[in-house]
Write a protein of this length. Structure first.
Length: 156
């Protein structure tokens, strides 16, 4: 399964509206397409795979290109939102079908990965917390046994 940090969104400090609806920037939309391009061949072979995101607009938008390509939808789930419940996020990770893609935030993912590591998940390589990064989580049953991270796509 895959845990994606949302792509580049507008600057929080200059956003005047509700932060839940802050959208991706142009760079973020391009990152989302590149994340889709990388994930599509891996996810499309899993017929039961789900796309689940924080209900924040920037997270939903990050998975929308993949959903369109898979002829699927993205479901919002508060367990992946900022100010989340770590146990809820870990429970979600344990329960989704193989090939599923989850999208969350920069405060959630490092904390969840640290909790998984304390539970004996082996972290392969250096972590990358930047926007658009993707964690690849290998499970045995409902336990994550190994995790590695892809760097965010470049904007070239």
């Amino acid at each position: 399964m895959y845990l994606v940090r949302h792509a580049k969104a507008g600057d929080r400090s200059s956003w005047n509206g509700n932060d839940r609806v802050r959208p991706l920037t142009g760079k973020g939309r391009r990152q989302a397409v590149k994340v889709c391009d990388r994930l599509f061949p891996l996810v499309s072979i899993h017929s039961a795979a789900l796309l689940i995101s924080s209900p924040y607009t920037r997270c939903l938008q990050t998975l929308e290109p993949l959903a369109a390509r898979l002829h699927s939808t993205v479901s919002g789930d508060d367990r992946l939102a900022e100010g989340y419940d770590r146990d809820g996020a870990l429970g979600l990770i344990a329960s989704v079908p193989n090939g599923s893609v989850l999208c969350s935030h920069g405060d959630v993912i490092p904390d969840v990965m640290a909790a998984l590591q304390r539970r004996t998940t082996e972290i392969i390589g250096a972590p990358d917390w930047r926007k658009g990064s993707v964690w690849v989580l290998a499970r045995h049953g409902d336990e994550v046994v190994e995790a590695s991270c892809w760097a965010p796509p470049t904007d070239d």
